[in-house]
Each structure stands twice: as C-alpha cells, then as structure tokens.
Design a protein around this ligand. Structure first.
Ligand code: HAM
Length: 412
C-alpha cells in the first residue's frame, strides 16, 4: 500500500482531470459507493473459485459478527448500489467511479495491495454498441493522455450454455495431458478450467496454445454480437487483436471481454480490463439487466506514462509575495486576498515565516513562480507594490495597489 507524495500527486491529478473530461464528453455520471461491503457480495459476484475470493480479500468480522470485506474491485459494489437505489429498473445508466481497491496479492511492480481503479459501468443496454462505446471511451483516454503503447485484445466468452459446452471440451483436453499440467492448473481443472488458458507458465505454453478455441464454441447470438462489436470498432478506426485465450479472472463475464495490454510494464502489463456481465444484476437480486464496463489500473497507467516518457509538469504558482516588516506583511495578506478573490484560478504563494529580502527571493525562485510581488514598509507608505519578473529579463515595475488586479489580469 503506497503513499502518494506531493511530487507524484500532481501526476494523479493530471490523469484524473483528463479522464474526467473524457467521461464528461460521453455523458457518464459519477457514482460513489463504500469501500467495505458484505463479503458475500464479492464471493457471489466475482466467484468462489477465483484467486480474488480464494486468496486475496481483506475480510474481517465487524462487532456484530458480520463478515465484511474491503472491496477488491468496483463492479460488485456498483451493481449493489444501483439495485438498492432503484437505478436500474427500466432505465439505462452510464456510470463511472474511482477509488481504492484492495487485494492481498504478492506485491511487485504494478501489483499492489491497495491500488486505484477508474471504472465505468453501463446498465440496461444489451446491444453491441454499448460494448463498442466503452471500448472507444477507453481508447479516448489513451489518446487524451498521450499514451500510444497499448494494444487492445478482445474475445467473446459466449453465453452460459456455450461456455459450459466449451468447458467440457476443455477439461477433456487438459485431462488427456494431465501430467503436463502444473499444480495450479491441476487445481483449476475441475473448478475453473478456463483460467488455465490464462497460465503464464512457459512450460505450459504449448499445451495452452493447442487447446480448443473458445470462439469455435460460441452460440449464434454471441457470435453475431461479437461480430457487431468488431464492426463498430472497425468503423471507429480502433485496431485490436482477437485473442481467444483471453478469459479474465472474474466469473461474472459473458460475451465480450477485453484488455488493454502493454509489453512495457513486465508481468503486470494489463492497464485496463473489462467486458460484458449480463447475468450479474439478477444474480445479486435485481431484475435481469444487461451490463458492460471496465476498470483501468491507475498505478499502471502512471508507470506507463513514465516509461513512455510522457512529460507532465506540475502546476507552478503564478505569484510569490515577498514582504518585509509588520506593515509589509499585513499589506501582503490584503493584496493576496484581493487577488485571490478577483482573479479566478490565480495561484499565490505568500511568504511565510519572515526572512530577509534575499532569503525570500531565494524561496520565490525555488517556488517556480513567474512573478514576485514585493511589499516592504516603503511600498506600504506609497500605496504601491513592486512587481519583479522571475523568469524573464524584464524591468521591474511598480504598480499602485488600486491597479494591481488589472495589471495581474493582463499578465496571467
Ligand atoms: P480486473 O482485471 O480485476 O477487473 O482489474 C482491472 C485493472 O485493475 C487491471 O487490468 C489492472 O490494471 C488493475 N489492477 C488489478 N489488480 C491490481 C493490483 N493488485 N495492483 C495494481 N493494479 C491492479 C476488474 O476489477 C473489473 N471490476 C473490471 C470491470 C468493470 N469489468 C466490468 N466492469
């Protein structure tokens, strides 16, 4: 679990602001829901036999003996909140959320026990255009933040029946090569065989590569749906790779699943993942409602921006106020408050804790501010402010206090 220090926080803010703009441009609305939910919500939705539920949840009993868990992801809580607040019945919703998620994983670069997701979920739209829109929206994120090193992989898991049929074929296939399976895969064989396809073990690569192809077992409707998703993506000029081994680590998906992956972050290369989950709302107690969404891993995006050399500069103050003497310091408060009230968005760092002109100018320089306003006893007496350009070779000016707002408006 990491601290986010000031020298990183501005990168987070940059990212969140950019993403918020994209979300606004698609008319998605924010939803906030608790970090803690009843454990059963997660076990029922994510699936009993998944890594998350089996090994990774932060689960505890509250004082009433009720089992609660820190949310390992957002989808389950989002669905619960929507059902409880009546957002789903006969309605379409396009929602987004951001926040911390918790998984007790083995920490490594790009994989943390507390991490942040920005997720979107749409409800009430069964058509493939919803799948395409969420994918397009994610593509717009990358464009907006200047990220190019991500590849879109898509797949379809079909409906429940076609997946059950495929599961049988797959179990049969792996059982025939049982001695080649690693321990993890042997364990998964009966409980969650599709996850074997996700194995990263190089010794099993051939076995996985030759496994029956999920897409050949799709039901007709899902096949058409998947075709339509691809047509929309083609129309929008989004390139993608169909990866029939893409199965996802959560049980609630059906039909379209997708991941945005990069090779630049080592083993933790998935920066965004999601898909359709038409059965989940009903499973959790709501009326059957089609749904599709995704979540991006914010830490991974930030790491990728760094690796790709995308420059993000922190916001520097517009003004540093240097003041000397009791009267000068008092006037500094007055001038800074006038400027803050009058000029929307102006950023002012006022010298705190006194010091000589020289030491204050040093601090002004270090702050990165473009302009220093200088207020000493002399300036107070004359009703003026000294204005010094810290980053340009320009003559120092004196401005009367009554004109400081208009002069600063011109300059910022
Ligand atoms: P997920 O694949 O479990 O899906 O997580 C989504 C993304 O969160 C991952 O692709 C990764 O970028 C990031 N992530 C996951 N675990 C960690 C970790 N331990 N440390 C850092 N980043 C991590 C979901 O959570 C689904 N709820 C997505 C979704 C929304 N599907 C439909 N709607």
């Amino acid at each position: 679990m990491n601290d986010c220090l000031p020298e990183q926080a501005y990168i987070w803010q940059f990212l969140e602001e950019k993403i918020k703009k994209v979300l606004d441009s698609y008319c998605y609305k924010e939803i906030r829901f608790p970090i803690v939910e009843k454990t059963a919500l997660f076990t029922r939705s994510i699936g009993e036999v998944t890594d998350i539920v089996e090994k990774e949840m932060y689960t505890f009993e509250d004082r009433n003996g009720e089992s609660l868990s820190l949310r390992p992801e957002g989808t389950a809580g989002c669905v619960r909140a929507c059902i409880e607040n009546g957002l789903l019945h006969n309605q379409q919703q396009k929602l987004w959320y951001k926040g911390q998620m918790f998984r007790y994983e083995k920490p490594q670069k790009g994989r943390y026990r507390q991490f942040n997701q920005i997720g979107i979920e749409t409800y009430g739209i069964a058509d493939a255009d919803a799948d395409a829109e969420v994918i397009l929206l994610s593509a717009d994120f990358w464009r907006t933040i200047g990220l190019t090193d991500v590849e879109l992989q898509i797949n379809s898991l079909g409906d429940e029946q076609s997946r059950a049929k495929y599961r049988e074929v797959l179990v049969e296939y792996f059982r025939n090569s049982y001695e080649l399976l690693d321990e993890d895969s042997k364990r998964r064989l009966e409980k969650n065989p599709l996850r074997i396809l996700d194995s990263k073990n190089p010794e099993m690569a051939d076995l996985v590569k030759n496994a029956p192809n999920l897409l050949e077992y799709l039901d007709e409707e899902s096949e058409r749906h998947f075709q339509r998703v691809q047509e929309y993506l083609n129309a929008a000029g989004i390139s993608y790779v169909v990866n029939p081994r893409l199965v996802r680590g959560l049980d609630y998906y059906n039909r379209t699943v997708f991941e945005w992956v990069t090779t630049k972050l080592g083993a933790q290369g998935t920066v965004c993942a999601g898909g359709r989950y038409d059965g989940l709302v009903e499973q959790i107690g709501g009326r059957a409602t089609p749904a599709v969404g995704f979540a991006i891993g914010v830490e991974r995006i930030i790491a990728l921006l760094e690796v790709c050399g995308v420059e993000i500069s922190s916001k520097l103050p517009n003004v540093y106020i240097v003041s000397l003497g009791d009267k000068g310091q008092e006037q500094a408060f007055s001038v800074s408050s006038i400027l803050r009230n009058e000029i929307d968005g102006i950023t002012i760092m006022q010298n705190s804790g006194g010091g000589s002109f020289k030491s204050q100018f040093k601090k002004a320089d270090k702050s990165g501010a473009g302009i220093a306003l200088v207020i000493g006893e002399d300036e107070v007496e004359k009703g003026i402010v000294g204005l010094k350009y810290l980053r340009e070779k320009r003559e120092q000016e004196t401005v009367s206090v009554s004109e400081i707002v208009s002069r600063m408006r011109e300059l910022i």
